[in-house]
Design a binder for this molecule. Sequence first.
Ligand code: MN
Length: 445
Amino acid sequence: MAEITSAGSTGKIEINSQASKLTYAARTDVGLVREHNEDSLVAYPPLFAVCDGMGGHEAGEVASRIAVETLVKEAPSTADGTGLEHAIIAANHAVIDGARTGEGRPGMGTTCTSLIIEGNRLVIGHVGDSRAYLLRDGELIQLTQDHSLVADLVRQGRITREESRVHPQRSVITRALGSDPNMLPDIYEFALRPGDRLLINSDGLSSMITDASITTILSGFDDVDECADELVKAALQAGGHDNVTVIVIDLPDDLPISPEADEGGTAAMPTAGEASAATPDITVSPTAGKDATDKTAKQPKRRKASVIAFVVALVAIIAAATGGTYAYARHVAFLTTDDSGYVTVYQGFPDDIAGVSLRWYVKTTDIKAQELPQPVQERLTQGIKVGSLDDADSVLTDYREQIAEQQVAQNPATSTVTTSTTSSAASTVSEDSARTAQTTSEQNA
Ligand code: MN
């Protein structure tokens, strides 16, 4: 039985098992559009996880594979929230190190939704927009909160949950493994009941089909294998735009209820959301299940740390989506002017998104904005958005040509300005790199 899988380009993996108490089935499928499967999963009781890699071929699947391998190595064998948190932090560092050492590529990242089941205790460690759901008494409850732009917009009441599923920026995630060394996962603890059914999935399922469809399928098939197959089939029938990964886990009917189980508990979650609203009878704890004193003592600290990590991650990470394709927000760019009037290139977006700055300085060029036409100067002050850094370089090349032509027109006698009209992006880059280095040393001086 395969226990860990990173499907890679083979695309499709099936795992079936009748573990001693838990019955589960796992599937991952490349889908109908992508060429590679960048999702990885763990089905290694009591540990289960789905990691959805991003960053493109030879990056996304590497990030998700490193994450699941680290989880298997580091995760505790009991429902220990602190232990699971440490395992996810270790996975984050492993992905960052992987990019640095050339295993995978810079900018790669992955989501991570992992859970450990011990008796009736469930602990979840979560980062990104993969999800854990609980089906209880026919009702579907999302146990995790997405770290995504659209989830933020839903929480702010700016779009509906249904709109978020088809929003063009639905794949912009605000927290992931592989970027911020100080990233912290959300840790949730729940008390399970006999007959509960759990689902972990990548967004290739939840962005393709509605919660209502997920509920119908989870409720409609007793057999976990059949259920997992039907979920994947539904995602493919809906278009299969993304890699789709599902793990369906059934709790036994004779689930032992431990004395610690506190079904009436109403401990606060790290952030208010779907789970706390929908499941008042489930014990939700932001910390590992220890004694009550410990919980009380640790909760404020973690809450603060989570908020800080969230803000840091928002600024540091991010994926933007175009047509359902992951692309790091680092890949989009815009041009503007610096205080001295030179055209400057940034990655990310000129405007704040959901109140958060998502931009990174790339370079200052030798192009003076005042030498460009007035309308261009005005647009530069707003920020001129382009699709990529290469596109930014093409625009810079155009600007240089415009300026050169203007100089020739104004002063034909000294027309030795030989801005090569065929200047490739590469030559433009090297020219600007020199400028960047200079600017950097000036700033450092
Ligand atoms: Mn995905």
